[in-house]
Every structure is written in C-alpha cells, then in structure tokens.
Ligand binder design. Structure first.
Ligand code: 4AD
Length: 435
C-alpha cells in the first residue's frame, strides 16, 4: 500500500503535468463554463473542460456536474450511461462535447447533452478501496495510553513573550503516537481508510527495534466481522508491498541480500509463499511455558510477550509470519474490543510477529459498544478526555477494526537489517538526535 501510495503521488504529478500540456492543446476551441452558461445559446454544439464535482449514474441517464473554476456554478451534463467510463470519478479532469439545451431542472437555465466524454486526467484517491487520510502530527490524545509522549510546547524565548498563555493550544498537546483514533472517526464516513506518516514515542530504549521517531502505515475498516478481516488486510499489505518492492527495485534488494544479510532471500521467499500462521496468546504462553528453552523473562499468562518470546514463537511455528490473537484485557489499550470471556479475560487484539524481528504490526477490533467503552474509560479516568471518541459510539456506531505496521521494522524484515537505526537516514533515539 505504501508503494502504491508513493506511486499515486508521482502519478498525480505526472498526470498533472500531462494534463497541463493537454489543456494547452485542448483549450483552443473549448468554452469556459461561465461563458457557456451565460451565452444561453441553446442548440449550439460546445466543448467544455473542467473537473467532475458529482456523478449520478442511473439506468437510463448519467448526470455529471462539472466546474472549471470560471464561476461558482456547476454545469449539469446529461449523457447516455454508455459514456460512463469506470475511470470517470469525482475529481477527474474531463473534456465534454455536446449540445447546450434548455434545462427543465430548477436552479439552472441550461445543461449540456453530451455526445462525447474524454477523461483528460483520472482521479483515483482510493488505493485498493482504501482512502488516504492525512492524520495530524500534533494531537491532544495518547492513543496507546502508555504515556510515552513528547509534549509540544513553545520554545523558551516565545514562552516569555507569551506569559499570559500557558499553552498555545490552551490544552496540553503532543506529537502523535498513532493516527488510529483520527482514522476511526473518518472510517465512520468512508468505511476503509489509511494513513502513512511519522509517529513518535518517548520510549527510553536502546534496542535494535525501537526508534523515537518512526513511520507507520495504519489502516482502519468499518463493518468488520472478526479479527480475521483485520489479519487478511495485514497479510495482503505485507505480501503486496513486498511483491511491489521486489519487482520495482530488484537490484537494491539483491544488494542487501548479498552484502548485508546473506541467506535472507530464502527467508523472505518462505514468508511470501506461505500463509501466515495464527495462534492465540493463551496458546503462545502454553508453548513458551512447556518448551525447554531458558528465557531471561519467565513467560506467564497476563505478562507482555518479550522480544525473546516473540522470536521463539516464530521459529517454533516454522519461521513464517505469525499472528498472535486475543491478548489479556489488561495488556492492551482502552480501545480494544472486550471478548467478555472467562476465566481468562481477553480482548480481540492481534500482533503480527515476523522472523528475526518480532512484532511488526499491532491491531485490534475496536470497542464499538458505548457502555463497555464508557466503563473502561471511566475506570482509567479518561472519559472526559475521550468524550468525542465516546460520541462516535453514540451516532451510527459500527463494528470496526484496524492495525498499524511500523515501516522501519518492515524494512528490517524484508531486507534482513539487524538494527532498526540502519533503516532510516536520521535515526532518533534516546540521547541521540543528530542534525
Ligand atoms: O502496536 P502499536 O503500538 O499499535 C498502534 O500504535 C496502534 N494504534 C496501531 C493501529 O491499530 N492503528 O504500534 C504499531 C507498530 C508496531 O507493531 C511496530 O511495528 C511499530 O508500530 N512500532 C515501532 N517501530 C519503531 N520504533 C518504535 N518505538 C515502535 N513502536 C511501535
């Protein structure tokens, strides 16, 4: 998805520049929409150019509203549905030829009866049905509830000048740890959404898989029926993006596999050509407790899986990516959906563990039931802060879920890079922020 996202951006640039060239060519004999509307030359054959503001496709007729920026009003275009190209979407740049006729509709004197619709620049903001959302970097929430936040404050000099204001935003704000909660709000309107951007964690860790600033691809889906829906997207994201990387830049990947991680190509092939495995957290603890391996941290039901545990589990399950599901209620953040099970109380959360790294993705079904979410937030003393989040469950709440994949860990995984700091040009971690 990330690769596709980058392609979408470059395609946008390409399409925009091609469109600009074509526009010069086309515009010679096209009429501005303002002039078409004002001319009232009913019966004239015209050619207009602009962007599609709405599309209504009925069995017998296709309606478009087109605007070229020459006036506020859109021109209604009426066409035979056979002229409806799959690529004709909201935002497409089009050139339409046809006859200007008197309109029977209120609010417009004329409309264009199209004989030809040409798409000059397609507009495809959806990536496999997922709409990209830019979630904010500055936020007032701590999505993960772990308190690993960098607070954003005015620099000292400005602080003095702004003595009367203790906070620029009037409330404490932080660098985002995850765009999830914003995605959840937007998924309530667009069903399937994703974001790709920097995230920040003040984890005081010098480990080979932690950064203070890292990138995350996050997806959120409405109308999920179970954790399987979330796992399916995780697996397909991993495989599709990796296939793309391997086909688009084979030399770069081969260079890594030859000089940095000999033997990694075969490991990657195994990940790509096998279905990912699934076990529950309870099964995972059972495997860890009954094996002869000695761990630095003793595995116990109710405790977090440590990196050594995750690596062992992946090996035990055949060195293919492994989903671990249904974690203890107390281990996961407030948003995870309560499984309401006994005696082991778990939530519908899932982590994807990969060979050599451990956790690559973290996700869950979200608690969509108002009463359960409310009581969990109240217990954590957070119901005021997350008032807006609770409201999402009051007005048209749907079962939904999603996940986040750490981008630098993903690069570690496919390239076989041992230390996460080698996957990013300017790594930030505790006691180190060079440049
Ligand atoms: O498991 P995490 O904390 O999940 C979330 O943030 C969810 N809100 C995501 C969601 O559901 N939308 O983080 C997701 C992934 C981890 O699996 C890991 O790959 C990566 O982000 N990650 C880190 N990568 C590098 N350095 C760190 N300090 C990281 N912390 C998490």
């Amino acid at each position: 998805m990330f690769t596709q996202w980058r392609f979408v951006i470059s395609r946008c640039h390409a399409v925009a520049s091609v469109t600009a060239c074509k526009n010069r060519f086309y515009s010679a004999n096209a009429i501005r929409i303002r002039d078409a509307i004002n001319s009232q030359k009913v019966g004239d054959q015209l050619k207009i150019q602009g962007w599609v503001r709405s599309i209504r496709s009925q069995k017998e007729v296709l309606f478009l509203h087109v605007n070229d920026g020459s006036c506020l009003q859109n021109l209604q275009v009426v066409a035979d549905p056979s002229l409806h190209d799959r690529k004709l979407t909201f935002g497409s740049a089009v050139q339409i030829s046809g006859a200007l006729v008197k309109s029977l509709h209120k609010g417009q004197d004329v409309e264009l009866h199209a004989s030809d619709i040409r798409i000059i620049g397609s507009c495809d903001p959806l990536d496999n049905g997922f709409l990209q959302i830019h979630t904010p970097i500055i936020t007032s929430n701590d999505c993960e509830g772990a308190g690993e936040l960098f607070q954003v404050e005015l620099a000292q000099k400005d602080k003095k000048q702004n003595d009367e204001r203790s906070h620029f935003f009037s409330i404490p704000v932080f660098l985002t740890v995850s765009g999830q909660l914003h995605l959840e709000a937007i998924a309530g309107a667009f069903s399937q959404v994703y974001t790709f951007g920097p995230t920040f964690r003040a984890e005081n860790s010098q480990s080979r898989r932690h950064l203070a600033e890292f990138y995350m691809v996050e997806a959120e889906m409405s109308f999920t029926e179970g954790l399987e829906d979330v796992m399916k997207v995780m697996q397909s994201l991993f495989k599709t993006v990796t296939d793309n990387v391997l086909s688009q830049c084979p030399e770069d990947v081969a260079l890594f596999h030859k000089h940095v991680s000999p033997g990694h190509k075969e490991k990657l092939d195994r990940m790509l050509h096998n279905d990912f495995k699934v076990i529950t957290y309870t099964e995972a603890v059972h495997i860890l407790k009954s094996c002869s391996h000695s761990f630095a941290f003793k595995p116990e039901w109710g405790s977090d899986l440590q990196s050594e545990h995750e690596k062992y589990l992946v090996q035990h399950c055949g060195n293919v990516p492994l989903f671990v599901t249904n974690y203890p209620y107390n281990l996961k953040p407030f948003y995870a959906r309560d499984n309401e099970d006994h005696p082991n109380h778990t939530v519908a959360a899932v982590d994807l563990l990969v060979p050599g790294i451990g956790e690559l993705c973290g996700g869950s079904l979200r608690e969509d039931r108002l009463s359960l979410l409310q009581s969990r937030l109240e217990m954590a003393g957070l119901s005021d802060v997350y008032h807006w989040y609770l409201e999402l469950r009051q007005f048209g709440s749907v079962p939904h879920g999603g996940f986040g994949m750490g981008f630098e860990r993903y690069l570690q995984c496919i390239l076989g890079v041992d230390n996460i700091k080698d996957t990013i040009p300017f790594p930030r971690f505790s006691y180190s922020c060079l440049l």
